[in-house]
Write a new protein. Structure first.
Length: 102
C-alpha cells in the first residue's frame, strides 16, 4: 500500500491521468534516464473508498530504486484499498501529487 503523501520537485507541474493508449505511445517514444523508471499503477478501490469497487489502470508513477516507489495519483483521489505497481523500463514525464511508500 502506498500510504503516505509526498510531493517531489521533479514531478511538479506536469499533467497526470493518462489513458492506457497514450501510455503505450509514450513507452515507444520514452527517453531513458539514470534515476527514474516508468511504472504502471493499477488502483483497486474497495467498499470504503471514495470510488467504490472500481479498478483504475491509467495511473502512472516512478520508481527511483527498488525500495522507493512513487505513484502518481490525481488530487481528487483518496487512499485506495490496494495499489499494484508494474515496472516498465522507460520514462514518461508526468506528475503533480504523489503517494509514496516512504
Amino acid at each position: 500500500m502506498l500510504n503516505s503523501f509526498a510531493q517531489h520537485d521533479y514531478l511538479q507541474g506536469i499533467p497526470v491521468a493518462l489513458t492506457a493508449a497514450k501510455a503505450s505511445e509514450g513507452l515507444r517514444d520514452a527517453r531513458r534516464g539514470p534515476t527514474k523508471a516508468l511504472l504502471f499503477v493499477e488502483v483497486i478501490h474497495g467498499p470504503n473508498d471514495q470510488v467504490q469497487q472500481r479498478t483504475e489502470s491509467q495511473l502512472f508513477g516512478y520508481q527511483r530504486s527498488r525500495d522507493d516507489v512513487v505513484a502518481v495519483v490525481p488530487p481528487w483521489r483518496r487512499t485506495p484499498t490496494e495499489v499494484r505497481v508494474y515496472n516498465f523500463d522507460a520514462i514518461l514525464p508526468m506528475g503533480l501529487l504523489v503517494y509514496s511508500e516512504k
